[in-house]
Design a protein around this ligand. Structure first.
Ligand code: UD1
Length: 432
């Protein structure tokens, strides 16, 4: 079913097979901007964050912080000043949390600083059930009492949080970030075992340290935090988005390496580069954080398994599936992080791809070409996979539910137009 908004269906229409050539600049990382913005709750002093991408998810986080009591000013493009007024709404309402699951990131900072938070149960991308039980169990271990009231999580720690040993049963990125933030103001030492090692977790720790937090071990699976009484303001620049970078690397490879990438976070993509090399695609640094992409004339099929950082990111799986759908031979992609993250398969099939899913593995038999069709963006990264597919398909491709794309890709229409893509946004009325 297409999702509808007041009887209007918005879509992005792409004319395939245009010659693409030029340079794309990688934006700030969404998944780093969101926790860093939430971390501003931890101090009463002003905080400046730079390189914040212009995205729907960022707008939702801004609305959420404004609701809590912040005034937020954009000083120049991507540079924001966060100033606290009286914070008297220590809650995250359903209307915001249901639009973005990462809103859960305000839970840890609110309880840590104020001893109280009320956060609606999250929504976000429809990829599996995506529970938040691990965040809650960890906060309970730190002394918070948690209850569920009318669809809201209510967390209380009237005497403040206490340091604790947290053993995550499963690696969770936002879970690690929530507890990392909460622990900075807890009484005593917190140890997070089986912590997420993602570069975005490390970026958050770097910002928290600038604020005066005492943290060791970020980037490993054991993070140790010594709580402090108070944190101060800071100025921090968000790292580039490795998922956007990976997406445009695939695009460049699909267009003979004609697209150069700027602000490229090479060091965060080691494993992805290895897989690209197996396929016959090489990312070559040329200085100043710029890379060019070179490829063999004939690409080879590959087997990919998604796994927590430093391994292959689930957030690049769909985009690689588009690439592999036109690589001769049989490739496989196994999704280990989220159940139900193969919704893009049936959409790629509408464009002529030949893919069979058995359990958590997709078998992709390369076809000669994709042909334009009407498809829908089923989640954020799937929408990027559809855009890549539309750009290489013969004819026109219309992508519905396109708002997913705007949640995570800054100015994507402009970035693509600048390198020669022909695309337009329009809408259709649907009858009730
Ligand atoms: C983050 C990223 C998202 C990425 C994902 C995995 C942000 C804002 N989002 O999402 O783009 O796809 O990491 O790299 O950074 N789980 C539980 N209980 C919990 C928490 C998680 O069972 O309390 C499970 C999830 O259902 C999933 C796995 O753990 O199967 C990993 O999820 P998690 O790392 O928490 O994903 P997010 O932090 O939501």
């Amino acid at each position: 079913m297409f999702e509808t908004k007041e009887g209007i269906l918005e879509y992005l229409e792409i004319e395939g097979r245009r010659e693409l050539k030029g340079t794309i600049e990688i934006s700030g990382a969404k998944n780093s901007a969101l926790p860093n913005m939430a971390a501003t709750i931890l101090t009463e002093e002003p905080v400046i964050l730079e390189n914040i991408p212009e995205l729907l998810d960022v707008q939702i986080m801004i609305k959420l912080l404004e609701h809590i009591g912040f005034s937020i000013e954009e000083l120049s493009k991507g540079k924001f000043l966060f100033k606290q007024n009286e914070l008297n709404c220590l809650d995250a309402p359903y209307e915001l949390v249901s639009k973005m699951r990462a809103s859960i990131l305000v839970l840890g900072p609110l309880v840590a600083r104020f001893g109280y938070a009320k956060v609606s149960l999250p929504g976000g991308c429809a990829i599996g059930t995506r529970p938040i039980d691990l965040h809650l169990k960890a906060l309970e271990k730190m002394g918070a009492s948690i209850s569920l009231e009318h669809g809201y999580i209510v967390a209380k720690a009237t005497k403040g949080l206490k340091g604790a040993e947290i053993n995550f049963e499963k690696i969770t990125v936002t879970g690690t970030e929530n507890i990392l933030m909460a622990a900075t103001l807890a009484d005593g030492i917190t140890v997070i075992n089986n912590a997420a090692r993602e570069p975005e977790v490390v970026d958050l720790a770097r910002m928290l340290k600038k604020m005066g937090a005492k943290i060791e071990g970020e980037g490993t699976n054991r993070i140790v935090i010594q709580g402090v009484k108070k944190l101060n303001g800071a100025n921090h620049k968000i790292i580039p988005d490795r998922i956007e970078a990976g997406t445009f690397t695939v695009l460049s490879a699909l267009f003979n390496g004609n697209i150069k990438l700027k602000n490229y976070p090479f060091q965060y993509l080691d494993y992805v580069h290895k897989k690209l090399e197996e396929i016959g695609i090489y990312v070559i640094p040329i200085g100043n954080d710029e890379v060019i992409i070179r490829r063999e004339d004939t690409l080879k099929p590959v087997n990919i398994e998604t796994k927590e950082y430093p391994f292959f990111p689930t957030d690049l799986q769909a985009q690689f599936m588009t690439l592999l759908s036109i690589v001769d031979g049989i490739s496989t992609i196994t999704e280990n992080i989220f159940e139900n993250r193969f919704m893009h398969v049936q959409e790629l099939e509408r464009l002529g791809a030949n893919i069979k899913v058995i359990g958590k593995t997709a078998f992709i038999k390369g076809v000669k070409e994709l042909t334009g069709a009407e498809v829908q963006a089923t989640d954020l990264r799937a929408s990027a996979a559809m855009v890549l597919a539309g750009l290489i398909a013969e004819g026109k491709t219309r992508i519905y539910n396109i708002y997913h794309l705007d949640r995570g890709y800054e100015n994507i229409d402009d970035k693509l137009r600048k390198i020669g893509a022909v695309l337009k946004r329009d809408f259709e009325y649907i009858e009730g």
